[in-house]
Design a binder for this molecule. Structure first.
Ligand SMILES: [Zn+2]
Length: 259
């Protein structure tokens, strides 16, 4: 993701993040629209900004999540603002042409990350839900109607919420698969001390434990230090602290949460 820092924003936030607010830029669909919009946010005198600008082939970051963008008064303090290439007058068909579909995919990938990170449900809030302070996705139009502090009505009635939210869910599922499919190497034998055990499987275990943050040498020798680490790990994971890398201990090295 490219970064072009916006000129106008607040450092920090007054409220925890709860909303993803969708905007249309009111700019023509071009491969450089995100870059052009970001450049405008970086240079213009009018006090406005968004967290990201999205076109069909890129996302440009303008304001960090932890900071407050100035895009939708009423939902700035707790919103993540996303500017999409296109116009509020677009029909559903316009939003689903080849350019817009590619753009929605880029946007969905970012939104999926936000939904996961800030535990934002993948749903379009009604105005009543927005007013009630629920977490979810909304539009500049709904923010204008509910908080009456701006008159913008983007991204317009044609915006294909069903398609967009499906793309967000798809992007989140993709991330899920990556998390869930832990490939556990084959466990061959307990690694015990004494006597010193030596071998490639020792190395595999040492490398994995190192990845988890344990300070041991990846040398293929199961040393006293390795045994101590093994015992500490077993205690942490509620396994019998035998110092032997038995099958549950081996598997936990790949599957147990890293604490
Ligand atoms: Zn807007």
């Amino acid at each position: 993701m490219k970064t072009v820092k916006a000129r106008w924003f607040h450092s920090g936030r007054l409220s925890p993040i709860r909303l993803v607010v969708i905007h249309s830029m009111e700019w023509a669909e071009k491969p450089t629209t995100a870059e052009d919009c970001a450049r405008m946010f970086a240079t213009m005198g009018r006090q406005a900004s968004a967290h990201v600008c999205v076109d069909n082939d890129s996302v440009v970051r303008c304001v960090a999540d932890k900071d407050t963008a100035w895009a939708a008064p009423g939902a700035n303090a707790d919103g993540l603002q996303m500017e999409l290439a296109g116009f509020a007058r677009q029909t559903r068909g316009d939003w689903l042409d080849a350019y817009s579909k590619a753009m929605l995919k880029q946007a969905a990938a970012v939104a999926a990350g936000w939904a996961r990170l800030y535990k934002i449900p993948v749903r379009k809030l009604s105005q009543a839900q927005l007013r009630a302070g629920l977490k979810g996705f909304t539009t500049h139009a709904d923010v204008s109607d509910v908080y009456k502090r701006s008159d913008h009505h983007d991204p317009g009635a044609g915006f294909p919420w069903d398609v967009f939210l499906d793309l967000v869910r798809e992007a989140m599922a993709g991330e899920d698969d990556g998390d869930d499919e832990v490939a556990i190497p084959e466990w061959k034998r307990p690694l015990t001390w004494p006597p010193t055990t030596k071998g490639d499987d020792v190395k595999v275990w040492q490398r994995q434990m190192r990845k988890r943050g344990w300070k041991l040498d990846v040398d293929g020798w199961y040393s006293q230090a390795d045994e101590d680490i093994c015992k500490a790990f077993q205690r942490e994971k509620g396994l019998p602290a035998t110092g032997n890398v038995d099958r549950p201990t081996w598997e936990a090295a790949w599957t147990a949460p890293i604490t």
